[in-house]
Design a protein around this ligand. Structure first.
Ligand code: FAD
Length: 436
């Protein structure tokens, strides 16, 4: 039932794992946190630093959800532009939200420095690469909105993007100089160590059941113990359905669509190849409907990600389209050895925003990062901690719990949508190549 950590580039190169014992018997704490990824561990760290006693329950191992598997791109901002946030939440709230999400990457790099987390962190920028005129118009608008607010986001043209990416497939985009990369599993393990050093107790291989009222407290049971706490924080994101109806809050799983993202990584590239690909070391996400995201790791491996099948897979044939799209962008990778393939679940929301809920008095949850959780889930852990500690004005709006209709039947519908988006992306690629 528990999520395990698949073999990947990150498991092969991460800082060593600490071992945290399963929960045995009854423990008491101010806060019981369910989920040992960025959300749960950042909440644990900030709660413990704020003086609360904290127990973290992780079904598998620290980082065995998306936090230990992702592309490691530290991306500031949400999919919505600042003006869209202001239109949605009002001028004052929207402006505060813009500050919060715009500062998300800085928040990660500050934490890394403050806790001396060894995770190959580099804040060299993040590139949005556009494949079509419509996408370029939207990206130029985003860049203009951020730079008007004095944030370091720079629109770039066809020549500059070709220089920065080493690929000729893009017609422009922007560089967000606030962004960067980390080794995500090392970063997760570093957050766990920092939380533990601040006093949090972490238990791995401890699947939490739905919290139940026990007098004035909540009781969170596992197979071999229970935690009594005044507050519960749920940070289970794309893995919320892990334990089914026994899981942390059955309706919560139906508020997000878990979508698989797959990654393939080469062996370290030769110096010549490395110089021809991403020469300035930025991470890239492109604008296609089924977006490609890519970067180099610390040893100069090409790490390419994209939409996967609707299942967990280590079957190399399932990664053929990811590898093909890397070679389409960089034909010089044609003869490379692809050393690692792995995937994981991204939690998508229908409004493209992360969601913060108070599910019952004292039970809080944040999820739905839409593939941008390295920075945003770390920030939401702090937002959750501040809520529990009663600190400051709420920085992130709370949403009602809205289960998505026909959630159970989503798999075939999603496969169809993915196939259709793939066709549209291919058609646009053909038109572009056909142009002089
Ligand atoms: C392949 C891939 C690539 C990605 N690339 C990027 C990227 O480059 N940049 C970016 O910003 N984002 C990226 N993301 C998204 C990002 O990884 C996530 O948004 C982020 O990790 C979410 O963190 P989290 O702590 O909320 O959830 P997770 O890290 O998924 O952690 C949830 C944890 O909850 C545990 N859990 C579930 N149920 C229970 C239970 N009942 N009891 C106890 N524990 C439980 C799970 O075992 C899991 O460890 C990617 C995701 C994937 C899968």
């Amino acid at each position: 039932m528990a999520s395990t950590l698949p073999d990947s580039l990150w498991t092969a190169t991460a800082t060593p794992a600490a071992s945290y014992p399963p929960l045995e018997g009854e423990e008491r704490a101010d806060v019981c946190i369910i989920g040992g990824g960025f959300t749960g561990l950042s909440a644990a760290l900030h709660l413990a630093e704020g003086g609360a006693s904290v127990v973290v329950l992780e079904a598998g191992l620290v980082g065995s959800g998306a936090s230990g598997r992702n592309g490691g791109q530290v991306i500031p901002g949400l999919k919505l532009d600042p003006s869209e946030l202001e239109a949605e939440f009002g001028a004052e709230r929207g402006a505060r939200l813009t500050d919060l999400v715009g500062g998300a990457a800085d928040f990660v790099f500050d934490l890394v420095r403050r806790h001396r987390i060894e995770c190959d962190a580099r804040q060299d920028g993040w590139i949005k690469a556009c494949h079509s005129e419509a996408a370029l118009r939207a990206a130029s608008h985003t860049a203009e909105e951020w730079s008007r607010r004095n944030r370091a986001v720079e629109a770039i043209d066809r020549v500059r993007i070709a220089e920065l990416t080493g690929a000729d497939a893009y017609i422009g985009g922007f560089v967000d100089h606030r962004g960067g990369v980390v080794q995500p599993l090392s970063y997760t393990r570093g957050l766990a160590r920092a939380a533990q050093q601040a006093g949090a107790r972490i238990h791995e291989r401890s699947v939490a059941r739905t919290p139940r009222r026990g007098g004035r407290e909540w009781v969170v049971a596992t197979a071999s113990g229970s935690v009594r706490a005044a507050h519960v924080v749920i940070g289970t994101n794309g893995y919320t359905d892990l334990a089914g109806a026994q899981g942390p809050w059955p309706k919560l799983a139906r508020t997000v669509v878990p979508v698989y993202s797959y990654i393939a990584a080469t062996a370290p590239l030769s110096d010549d190849l490395r110089r021809s690909i991403l020469p300035k070391g930025q991470a890239v996400s492109d604008s296609r409907r089924l977006l490609r995201y890519f970067r180099l790791d610390a040893a100069g491996r090409m790490v390419m990600g994209g939409r996967g099948r609707m299942r967990e897979s280590s079957d190399r044939s399932d990664y053929a389209s990811i590898i093909a799209s890397a070679i389409e962008l960089y034909p010089q990778l044609g003869a490379c050895d692809w050393e690692f393939v792995w995937g994981g679940k991204v939690a998508v929301t229908l409004d493209h925003l992360p969601h913060l809920h108070e599910l019952a008095p004292g039970v809080h949850a944040a999820l739905g990062y839409n593939g941008r959780g390295v920075a945003m889930a770390t920030v939401m852990g702090k937002v959750l901690a501040d809520r529990v500690l009663g600190r400051g004005a709420p920085a992130f709006p709370e949403s009602p719990l809205r289960p998505i209709p026909f959630h159970r039947g989503r798999r075939p519908v999603f496969e169809l949508i993915v196939a259709w988006k793939r066709i549209l992306d291919r058609m646009e690629g053909v038109h572009r190549r056909g142009r002089p």
